[in-house]
Design a protein around this ligand. Sequence first.
Ligand code: ADP
Length: 501
Amino acid sequence: MSALKLPDFQLQAGTMAFLEKHPKSLFINNEWVAAQSGKSFETRNPATGDVLAEVALASEADVDAAVSAARAAFNGAWGQTLAGDRAALLFKLADLIDEHADVLAELETLDNGKPIRVARRGDLPYVTKHLRYQAGWADKIEGSTVPVTFPNQFVYTRREPMGVVGAIIPWNFPLLMAIWKLGPALTAGNTLILKPAEQTPLTALYLADLVKIAGFPAGVVNVLPGPGQPTGAAMAKHPDINKIAFTGSTEVGRKIMEAAANSNLKRVSLELGGKSPNVIFADADVSSAIRGAQWAVFSTAGQECVAGTRLFVERAAYDQVVEGLKTQVEKMVVNHGFAEKVHVGPVITEQQMTRVVGYIEDGKKAGAEVITGGNRVENLGGGYFVQPTVFAYQDDGISIVTDEIFGPVAAVTAFDDWDELITRANDTMYGLAAGVWTRDIGKAHRYAHAVQAGTVWINGYGMIDPAAPFGGYKQSGFGREMGKEAIDLYTQVKTVWVNTQ
Ligand code: ADP
């Protein structure tokens, strides 16, 4: 396996051992079990195209088994676990993740392609910060007393767990997405079935071992690798899953809602795609704004739901921004994630690379001007690399401007006045995030209020914190993850009436 012989990087012994010896089967009821169908799938290193591992594929029967285990845990040991004890287990899990962070980061880079520096300094520390933040809520989930109009009635509310939660996650931040769901779901007292993305199952499997070591009762966390069909779809329609927490494409989000509607009306929360507007006014600190705009698109090779892919520049600053962006982007090094110098890693799969290059070709045909990039990178072995690409455009209707590409492609345009800007910025089915760069504080807030997005960054882009609620407007989804709102997302309110007469 050439993935294990990266020329300029020595993998940790723990990473090698995991790749070579771990069963990579299904984790149900604290045991590693084979898929009932005997089926498996391959996960590949996007930097080389090589197969990293063969992983068991969960089908409907396996989903049934995992749901039974999760239900039994919810009705049994986990349901009896006191809030403070739940928190203690989650803190223990966070400590274990910290202990194993180097191996987890390497597995993330192997499976996802992101630069190892980013996995180590970005994903992993954030994973445990998030877990600890959420765990801290466990013994602070309060109800309220309600002053009703009837005499002699004492009314109070309780926030109760939903039951068995299914988490279906994407491949761009594999472990982080797993923990975004696991943290609040378990904190609130639910049990969990986690389906990692089929492109990146490795860190979720490693996490399952840590869950067991931490001492969670059997059935509290179950991990079912597999693709959307059959694994994800079987979860979405399962009659005994109470909630699906999903992060992924708007198209699949729609299917999950449909499956929920046609089965048991399970609760659904959706964190979906985006096509976020990032605005630079002429009065901004333009050089900071250019760097901000650059990373808003090209971190994680553009494979972020919040990517600031539509860049609006006030006409007076337009030439300066386009020139500056071109210079900056041309300094970015495209390489595999373990290389000493790398800014942009591969995209996740060959299929995704073909899709991204297809969009680039569509952009060219539609008359957008290539400022820089515009092709795949051919000379990096068998990996799936695309040049960081910047287009200049006028027509808001072309596909590079309307569609979420999920690759390193930015589209920049000039605007002349406020009304035009707000109309064009909001002219999208998405509403996940937005950015604005200006020294005028009033204008910054006016924009933040006018733009239809769940998160707005002023003179910055892309910051996310466990304490700050995060989620979409419009077809970018609903439900807020992180912050205390994440606990609301994984609980339901019960109202209790007491006759005091
Ligand atoms: P992306 O475009 O980021 O790959 P997807 O929405 O295709 O996002 O996938 C996100 C997650 O949804 C993955 O875990 C994938 O396996 C899962 N998935 C895909 N199709 C379905 C489906 N029909 N039902 C449930 N889950 C699905």
